[in-house]
Design a protein around this ligand. Structure first.
Ligand SMILES: C[S@@+](CC[C@H](N)C(=O)[O-])C[C@H]1O[C@@H](n2cnc3c(N)ncnc32)[C@H](O)[C@@H]1O
Length: 295
């Protein structure tokens, strides 16, 4: 990739001109970082040192074109540069799958600490999309066997590229199909299942920001009339698919905590609990298969 050199003053003037067209500074700085290779911390230093020179990975003209496409058509910047940072990696992303969200990273923080002493097990990521959760599990649990499921072949192709790139030596498989169904051969053996299912109620879809509504797959967003269709499918199958003592961790919508926890209890799952996101909203549900003879 050709490296392009600019003065700090030139770059800061360009930045002001772009923001005069519209958009948020935080997004433009994200583009400079992920699209131009200019770390945010370096950008901050330029304000103090306008004589300094800066090296970018794309020209300012190319970055301006991307910014304009984002402003004019509400195309996510992640789609325009083809990547998104997630935990300790920068994943490939595309319109084939949901852009992995920062809040979903918390699912891993809730799941992993208790498994530190667990040398072997079998994990699954239901509705893997870009493969974000599967990549994180495969990297954190390299001696486990893993399964990433999605009903979108395009999403699975993207997940495969991310898994091959970021967890090439871990043991994982991709499965095309609906929720637990393709994992039937391993029912009763799954120690850890994470899922971020589609959970937006149909009626809310029209109110989403155009950058989401018009560019992210509706298959990844729409959870049916009450938003809980996919959550119900996953919870209904958990008792059969989890191994005794196995864990299910699920992300859900901001107002679904009570309903999801009730569904988990109705199915006989135990140690049912909520967890909150960075804004202190109850956004995750955790439950465990009841027999605690977990080895
Ligand atoms: C909210 S996205 C989550 C993607 C990714 N796990 C993440 O957190 O960024 C939900 C995913 O579930 C998939 N999905 C929807 N219906 C499904 C089904 N019946 N069976 C399996 N996957 C499904 C979608 O294709 C999408 O990739």
């Amino acid at each position: 990739m050709a490296l392009l050199e600019f003065s700090a003053a030139e770059l800061l003037a360009w930045r002001r001109a772009q923001l005069a067209e519209g958009g948020r500074a935080v997004d433009l700085d994200w583009l400079l970082d992920l699209g131009g290779g200019l770390r945010w911390s370096v950008l901050q230093q330029l304000h103090l040192d306008p004589l300094r020179s800066v090296v970018l990975e794309r020209s300012l003209e190319q970055l301006a074109i991307i910014w304009k496409q984002h402003l004019d058509n509400s195309i996510p910047l992640q789609h325009l540069v083809g990547c998104c940072p997630w935990r300790d990696v920068v994943l490939e992303v595309s319109a084939a799958a949901l852009i992995p969200r920062q809040e979903t990273e918390l699912l891993l923080d809730f799941a992993l600490p208790g498994l530190a002493q667990q040398p072997f097990g079998r994990w699954a990521d239901l509705g893997t999309g870009s493969g974000a959760i599967a990549v994180a599990l495969a990297r954190a649990l390299p001696d486990w066997r893993g399964h990433a499921v999605d009903c979108s072949r395009e999403a699975l192709a993207l997940a495969e590229r991310n898994l091959q790139r970021f967890a090439p030596h871990a043991s994982w498989q991709l499965h095309h199909g609906s929720w637990w169904e393709p994992l039937r051969p391993w029912w009763g053996e799954l120690s850890l299942v994470l899922t971020n299912p589609p959970y937006i109620p149909d009626a809310e879809l029209a109110q989403l920001e155009p950058v989401v509504r018009d560019h992210e797959p509706h298959l990844a967003l729409c959870g049916g009339a009450d938003g809980l269709e996919a959550c119900r499918h996953v919870i209904d199958g958990a008792m059969q698919a989890l191994r005794p003592g196995g864990w299910l961790l699920m992300e859900h919508h901001h107002d679904q905590s009570d309903a999801v926890l009730a569904l988990m209890r109705q199915q006989g799952l135990q140690e049912v609990a909520y967890k909150s996101d960075l804004l202190a909203i109850r956004r995750f549900a955790i439950a465990r298969h009841p027999e605690h003879n977990y080895k």
